[in-house]
Design a protein around this ligand. Structure first.
Ligand SMILES: NC(=O)c1ccc[n+]([C@@H]2O[C@H](COP(=O)([O-])OP(=O)(O)OC[C@H]3O[C@@H](n4cnc5c(N)ncnc54)[C@H](O)[C@@H]3O)[C@@H](O)[C@H]2O)c1
Length: 315
């Protein structure tokens, strides 16, 4: 059974892998045995993450690529195959959020969010599929490949604004459309939907808000990037060969909760608040962005900090 999850000799790319969820994905694939290309626009932290992955005993390379730019995505895909010999797993995770009310939301912000989250994911899916289809022609037994996109619980609940929620809804439906088309090439296309993850994206979220999220989440703690490691390795491995077009929600039960009051607990959650923030603090240090002991810097995403402070009456 364990062999089904083994990724030894598999070659992967992960976009948005310098920090946060992408870095945790890259480390998870490497720990399962895969060689991993760290793909990002942040070269300095990306190089560090690639180095961290090489220390795990697999091959890793950093590739600069803005996923919105077709020519950069194409060059990235070529570079991965040139470096590792082939591509088996494409994790399309790069994403951004820009807060703001829709009635006054600038079209430039709309285009940025849709550009990275939706168009960028599609460009990476298509580039990966072209590699898998080409490899099938020379494989003794066509292996196809695995594509895993990052969506969000925001694809199914109103959580941010229309650009973010809509882009993630688009990723889920795009995943299903591509899965239906590319099964004939032995390509599986799935996505993972996290909830509120303590990555740098949430570095400006006040502790009061984190406490509220914990209290409304059945599993009782805030999701960490590493909570996605198992689901990702499952979808990247032979263990999921018959799973395609699926949106795997990994939210600790958060979106199940229709009660408006804190849930209470009988036992402590599996992860303590101190353990929750380890990855976030690591990433803030890697980014060389100062933060307090909770991993918070309100100036990192001031619009998130201000929106939460206004909603919760925090000074
Ligand atoms: N943090 C959360 O609460 C949360 C929840 C659900 C889904 N997500 C999704 O997970 C993914 C990763 O989020 P995160 O929390 O790790 O974010 P993050 O901001 O901490 O990290 C995102 C990474 O993507 C890179 N990136 C941004 N734009 C890029 C581009 N155009 N091309 C290549 N790389 C780019 C950044 O440099 C950064 O390294 C995103 O798609 C996000 O929407 C996040």
């Amino acid at each position: 059974m364990q062999k089904q999850f083994d990724l030894t000799n598999k070659n992967a790319w992960v976009t948005g892998a310098s920090v946060g969820i992408g870095r945790a994905y890259a480390i998870a694939l490497a720990k399962a045995g895969a060689n991993v290309a760290v793909v990002d626009i942040d070269d300095r932290t990306g190089e560090k993450t690639a180095e961290e992955i090489r220390a795990l005993g697999v091959k890793s390379v950093f590739i600069h690529c803005n996923v919105c730019k077709p020519e950069e995505v194409e060059a990235m895909a070529d570079k991965v195959v040139e470096t590792f010999g082939r591509l088996d797993i494409a994790v399309n995770n790069a994403g951004i959020g820009i807060l703001g009310p829709d009635e006054s939301y600038p079209i430039s912000d709309w285009e940025k969010v849709i550009g990275v989250n939706f168009t960028g994911s599609w460009l990476c899916c298509a580039a990966a599929a072209r590699k898998f289809i080409a490899q099938n022609k020379t494989d003794a037994k066509p292996l196809g490949g695995k594509i895993i996109n990052t969506a969000s619980m925001s694809a199914r609940i109103a959580n941010c604004n229309a650009s973010y929620d809509g882009s993630k809804g688009g990723v889920v439906e795009m995943t299903r459309a591509l899965a239906a088309q590319w099964g004939r090439h032995n390509i599986n296309v799935n996505c993972i939907s996290p909830s509120y993850i303590l990555s740098p994206m949430h570095a400006s979220t006040p502790v009061e808000v984190r406490e509220r999220i914990r209290s409304l989440t059945p599993m009782g703690y805030m999701e960490r990037p590493e909570d996605l490691a198992g689901p990702l390795v499952f979808l990247a491995s032979d263990a999921s060969n018959y799973v395609t077009g699926v949106d795997l929600l990994v939210d600790g039960g958060h979106t199940l909760n229709a009660w408006l009051t804190p849930l209470g607990r009988d036992v402590p959650p599996r992860v303590s608040p101190e353990e929750e923030i380890q990855s976030l603090v690591h990433d803030m240090n890697a980014l060389e962005v100062p933060c307090n002991e909770d991993g918070i810097n309100f100036d990192y995403h001031p619009e998130i900090a201000n929106a939460y402070k206004a909603a919760f009456g925090i000074k």
